[in-house]
Design a protein around this ligand. Structure first.
Ligand SMILES: Cc1cc2nc3c(=O)[nH]c(=O)nc-3n(C[C@H](O)[C@H](O)[C@H](O)COP(=O)(O)OP(=O)(O)OC[C@H]3O[C@@H](n4cnc5c(N)ncnc54)[C@H](O)[C@@H]3O)c2cc1C
Length: 492
């Protein structure tokens, strides 16, 4: 290997959707693989070539005191998460670092590119509450001078996990970035697994938590990244409550049903930017989480929903499902090669299948819905939207006559599940919903109120039911019609 220092990469060179090298201020370098490991500069390098590297810099602070007489050496590192501080003995001094709950984003007008390392201005007003708390925890701090106030920028990702792996937008381009203030302690492991991933073409262990393909295209939005970074830094030390919800950059991605469901008492949680109804508060109860490690405040309300689903019917907003329209004369052959189940089925069949890698490991778990001879709707979780599309793309021969279009935004999805489902849907359509005419695992295009809907006879509840795919502009009408039909029948 050759290492060049003091060289600035100006641009990642690409050909046919692949990275083939870099242009630097000292000339081009050809490469079979390019790894962007440029810290907070990574976002812009990626953006220049259409690659989504969602991270935002924040100011991160620590102080070093003057020498403290008789301070024992070799003290353990103290982490006082309630007070957002970490304290470390350093050559007879104390170093006090902060992960304050409301962080200070940096670099909104772009990260300066004229230096590799940055020290920013002191900000006592910002740090004072944390330092006061530190003095209460360690009274010795009250009477000792400050030798160094260090403020350096560091990058944070929307979910506080770093970004590793090959980018779906550009082949042979890899990232190891977005280290959320644990980049030094993570460096050895991150470098090792990324190297093995590159050599063997697969990660050496399950790295989905940090896989860059978990990120959604909208997450490159700078306002979103800025607003989320304010919270992301502090979350490192915040209480990791079960069901904890992020509080910043909320309300960015709504299903058409959002407001209707909020009126019905929905407590929305966030996933991939989507606001999704997690549970419903009864009238008079505030739909908010009361975090606890014990029984959740929504336990009984959720139980009511379960009961309704078993005994009557429940309506689910499944709009966040990712939908990929795979079409063309070779669509069937390609999908059948990828899927572990046989998807070369009669049009109007919905197949629940895994996609496996060459070691038999599960890469995806989704449905492949055959609309007609040449058109399939692949439906998967929002969290794997990019990964699953990437998997298809990687396993599509160059000469295959097939296209993949992400149609997630085109379709809202309502699940009507439970023994009453048929009685609720039937008044809105002239389609025959009987078991004989519309058996489990099949789909039909049907009228639904004023809309045309793809109805899939499938539930994940073990009960009768349909997933109803409705074009987004018809979604509210379909919702209202279903609710009108369902409410008297106990739809929840
Ligand atoms: C105050 C402070 C305290 C911290 N304390 C800890 C700690 O105790 N433990 C811990 O684990 N982590 C700590 N961190 C975090 C840690 O420093 C980072 O997570 C880590 O440095 C990130 O590594 P990186 O390689 O991703 O980015 P960087 O360290 O920022 O390195 C990126 C490099 O890429 C170079 N670069 C950028 N653009 C280009 C270009 N176009 N061409 C060529 N080169 C380019 C930059 O010059 C830079 O050298 C701390 C951070 C701060 C700010």
């Amino acid at each position: 290997a050759r290492i060049f220092e003091g060289v600035s990469v100006e641009h990642i060179r690409t050909t046919d959707g692949q990275a083939v090298g870099v242009d630097t201020d000292q000339g081009p370098i050809d490469a079979e693989h390019v790894v962007t490991a440029a810290g907070m500069w990574s976002h812009q390098l990626g953006r220049d070539v259409g690659v989504n590297i969602p991270l935002h810099a924040c100011e991160h602070f620590y102080l070093v005191t003057e020498p403290i007489p008789d301070l024992p050496s070799g003290l353990p590192v103290l982490r006082d998460t309630d007070n957002c501080i970490y304290v470390k003995e350093e050559a007879g001094r104390l170093m006090v670092g902060a992960f304050e709950p409301v962080a200070k984003p940096f670099g909104m007008a772009g990260i300066p590119t004229d230096r590799p390392f940055m020290q920013l201005d002191e900000d006592w007003d910002h740090l004072a509450p944390v330092y006061e708390a530190a003095c209460e925890r360690l009274p010795v701090l009250e009477n000792v001078g400050i030798r160094l106030f260090f403020n350096g920028p560091e990058s944070f990702t929307p979910d506080d996990r770093y970004l590793l792996g090959e980018t779906p937008e550009l082949r042979n381009h890899w990232v190891a970035t977005g280290f959320n203030s644990i980049g030094m302690q993570s460096a050895g492991g991150a470098g090792k697994v990324l190297a093995e991933w590159m050599v063997h073409g697969r990660p050496p262990m399950d790295l989905w938590d940090v896989d860059v393909r978990r990120m959604q295209p909208f997450q490159t939005n700078r306002r979103y990244l800025h607003d989320r970074s304010v919270e992301a830094l502090g979350l490192l030390y915040a209480m990791h409550w079960p069901f904890r919800q992020v509080e910043t950059a909320r309300g960015v991605r709504h299903s058409p049903f959002h407001d209707r469901l909020a009126d019905l008492g929905a407590c929305h949680g966030e996933g991939g930017g989507w606001e999704r109804p997690n549970w419903y508060a009864p009238e008079g109860v505030e739909p908010t989480y009361e975090y606890t490690f014990g029984r959740q405040n929504w336990f009984e309300y959720s139980a009511d929903e379960h009961r309704a689903c078993r005994e009557g019917a429940a309506l689910f907003d499944q709009t966040s499902l990712a939908k990929l329209l795979v079409q063309g004369p070779d669509a069937c052959a390609v999908l059948n090669r990828i899927s572990s189940a046989d998807v070369d089925v009669e049009p109007g069949t919905s197949v629940y299948t895994t996609w496996l890698n060459d070691r038999g490991g599960i890469e995806a778990d989704l449905t492949v819905n055959r609309l007609d001879d040449h058109r399939f709707l692949v439906v998967t979780a929002f969290s794997t939207q990019i990964k699953d599309a990437d998997w298809i793309s990687r396993h599509t021969p160059d000469d295959a006559r097939m296209t993949v279009t992400d149609v997630t935004s085109a379709w809202a999805v309502l699940g009507v599940f439970g023994p009453e489902a048929r009685n609720i849907v039937a008044p809105l359509t002239d389609a025959d919903l009987s078991n004989k005419a519309f058996p489990f695992g099949t789909l039909q295009e049907i009228d639904l109120g004023y809309a045309r809907s793809i109805a899939v006879r499938r539930t994940y509840m073990g009960e009768l039911g349909w997933e109803l795919y409705v074009p987004t502009e018809f979604a509210l009408g379909a919702f209202d019609a279903l609710w009108e039909s369902g409410e008297p029948r106990g739809l929840t």
